[in-house]
Design a protein around this ligand. Structure first.
Ligand code: PLP
Length: 449
């Protein structure tokens, strides 16, 4: 990349003058002006290049600017850039076919949205109408999107300012042995007690009032906690027992991230509704959706589904999905995530954990990993408090700055750094990123006790 600091300064000035950013105090942020990106890297206008271990917001599963997907978007733009949702359009039909062929079980009907949050909105609406019940159960350790219903389904603190007494959401605890809420010492205990807690929650809320249980198959932003064997199957059983719709949110975990097409494939579980977005087309054009089971599709067979979007199944977004899925197949990208996750990322992170006292736990699967950073390995006290800001968050800020100084753009949430590079990352890139993490963890270590 050719440095062009003047152009970067102009981009930054216009941003600061007119762009209102997500989740931010507008006067306290300093966004990096990005000049370009390719594969696993992006660069700024000074010519500084970063290895992207965040995949954007965990969505560029095939990296930036994949030439085949860029060409498919250009071709679709030249043929039919846009069209209203009520018509049958080739790119939309083909995207739905390719997705339905890969979703588990009988999730064969695809309702397209513009992203993940609106997929959750519609999944919850479908569940309420299908069951005639009002409530939704979801996990405290979760993120499901920024719109009103989705942010209420969310468990993390981003919900608090938008909490609505009318959203009908009840939160519960999901299994996470490292920080067990159930005083468990083994995964078996954690699993059994988490299921017992869920069944008790259902009983006390009233089974006849609960439309849906919404879970991320593997909670993403909340910390990449792979559920213990049997947990999701147990939730499936409880849903069947009480007539509750089981919604799995695969917005982050889906489309290759875990080394399978969907994380549900790791557990052999089939939900009634499954939400997706992000990796479906690597985020090249906004797209999300709900994969709908036969039983729920039937509910809306003769009775209209009361919901829709102007851009449902937008041709450009769907053409990008078709090209992305085909590229993932042709280039073995899902298998790459599985193979390099097991052969390079897991051993690499465990080796770092052995040398750095700030690493409390390493967990994950495929290209979906978390480093849980702690002040003290014995007490497992997080390196920064829950939802820390400002000075209290200094250790994580210092960790992030050190990673960037070493050419790595890290994903940071609370006391965790997530290792979530593109699923087609190379072994050499992973080793480069692990070396930068090694340096950044040396800075985190200075805050341990
Ligand atoms: N669900 C999960 C699991 C997510 O990780 C996200 C976004 O990070 C969403 C839903 C919301 O998706 P979007 O930001 O596209 O609305």
């Amino acid at each position: 990349p050719q440095p062009n600091p003047d152009a970067g300064a102009a981009v930054k000035a216009a941003d600061r003058a007119h762009v209102f950013h997500s989740w931010s105090a507008q006067e306290l942020i300093d966004p990096l002006a990005v000049a370009g990106a390719e594969g696993s890297y992006f660069w700024d206008y000074d010519g500084t290049r970063y290895l992207d271990f965040t995949s954007g917001l965990v969505f560029t599963n095939i990296g930036y600017q994949h030439p085949k997907v860029v060409a498919a978007i250009q071709e679709q733009a030249g043929t039919l850039t846009t069209f209203a949702p009520a018509f049958a359009i080739e790119a939309r039909s083909e995207a739905a076919r390719l997705i339905a062929e890969r979703t588990p079980g009988d999730l064969d009907k695809i309702f397209f949205t513009n992203g993940g949050a609106d997929a959750i909105e519609h999944a919850v609406r479908m569940a309420r109408l299908h069951t005639g019940r009002p409530k939704v159960l979801s996990a405290y350790r979760s993120y499901h999107g920024g719109t009103q219903q989705a942010i209420n389904v969310t468990g993390d603190p981003r919900r608090w300012p938008s909490d609505s007494g009318t959203a009908g959401v009840v939160h519960f605890w999901t299994p996470f042995l490292y920080r067990s809420r159930f005083y468990a010492e083994t995964e078996e205990q954690e699993c059994a007690r988490a299921l017992e807690h869920l069944e008790t929650t259902i009983a006390f809320e009233g089974p006849g009032t609960i439309a849906a249980i919404v879970l991320e198959t593997i909670p993403g932003t909340a910390g990449i906690m792979v559920p213990p064997p049997g947990y999701l199957a147990g939730v499936r059983e409880l849903c069947d027992k009480y007539g509750i719709v089981f919604v799995l949110d695969e917005v982050m975990a889906g489309f290759g991230r875990t080394g399978e097409w969907f994380a549900a494939d790791l557990f052999g579980v089939v939900p009634d509704l499954m939400t997706f977005a992000k990796g479906v087309n690597s985020g090249y054009v906004p797209l999300g959706g709900v994969a709908v089971s036969g039983r729920i599709a039937e509910t809306f067979g003769k009775r209209p589904y009361p919901g829709g979007l102007t851009y449902s199944g937008h041709p450009l977004a769907c053409a990008a999905a078709v090209a992305t899925i085909n590229v993932m197949e042709e280039e073995g990208i899902v298998a790459n995530a599985k193979r390099l996750g097991a052969a390079v990322v897991e051993p690499g992170l465990r080796e770092l954990a052995a040398r750095h006292p700030s690493v409390g736990e390493v967990r994950g699967v495929g290209m979906f990993w978390a480093l849980d950073l702690v002040k003290d390995r014995e007490t497992r006290e997080p390196l920064v408090p829950y939802n820390a800001a400002g000075e209290a968050n200094a250790p994580m800020a210092a960790f992030g700055a050190a990673a960037r100084q070493h050419g790595l753009w890290p994903f940071i949430n609370m006391n965790r750094s997530h290792v979530v590079p593109p699923c087609n990352v190379s072994e050499a890139e992973l080793k480069e990123g692990l070396a930068a993490l090694d340096a950044a963890l040396s800075v985190a270590d200075t805050y341990t006790e």
